[in-house]
Design a protein around this ligand. Sequence first.
Ligand code: PEP
Length: 255
Amino acid sequence: MAHRTPIVVGNWKLHKNIAEATALVTELKNQLGTVRDVEIGVAPVFTSLSAVAKRVEGSNLLLGAQDCFYESGGAFTGEVSAAMLLDVGCQFAIVGHSERRAMFGDTDAVVAKKTRAVLDGGLRAIVCVGETESERDAGKTTERVGTQLSAVLEILSSDDLERVVIAYEPVWAIGTGRTATPAQAQEVHAFIRKQMAARFSSAGEAVRIQYGGSVKPDNAQALMSEADIDGALVGGASLKAEDFAAIVKASRPAR
Ligand code: PEP
């Protein structure tokens, strides 16, 4: 089985001004500065990226953005390009978060274009996929996740894979306190893994697949012990240093 270093990322969404963001990241450095067996990232709002970049420089914390536009420049009011994210100190960008898909018109095709732009811009991409509650209830989970994934797989080559992380985030579990059970999550992660391996064989096996959706300190370990869950994308619980640190520690590989 491919060795995969777990990756745990905090998506701070539309929370924390510059002072709050720098305070949180400073506390995370204190609590997690010596962790080497889990990759750790934070994704503040755009306006805090510069300040947080200064704090994470030289540390084990990665900096990312919550979104990235697919064009490199021009008349696109309100957008930010991959080159600009790299310029401010980002190492990764999240694309296809369900909130962007639901509220900001990010279709599968847009998510694929954003993924390509992020990778071409020299960043890593965390690509979110996940079904809604009604899709799950209708037995369409793998169909929906498969469609979202295929759109992205079409624009990837095997050379990109080291810089790609897939985040499986069932929409019904995001911010609701309703987590997928470890078995429910594992089932979809195994499906995603199979799709990756079918397209890229062993290189696909090595791609990390995070789980996201109400991950908390008390459920993280059970989720992370599933074979195909390689870390977490964390919303609410990433806003408190102790909770996020506990999730990171629960994600450490067993020694
Ligand atoms: C998210 O928004 O990516 C997320 C997983 O949120 P929460 O942890 O709050 O469910």
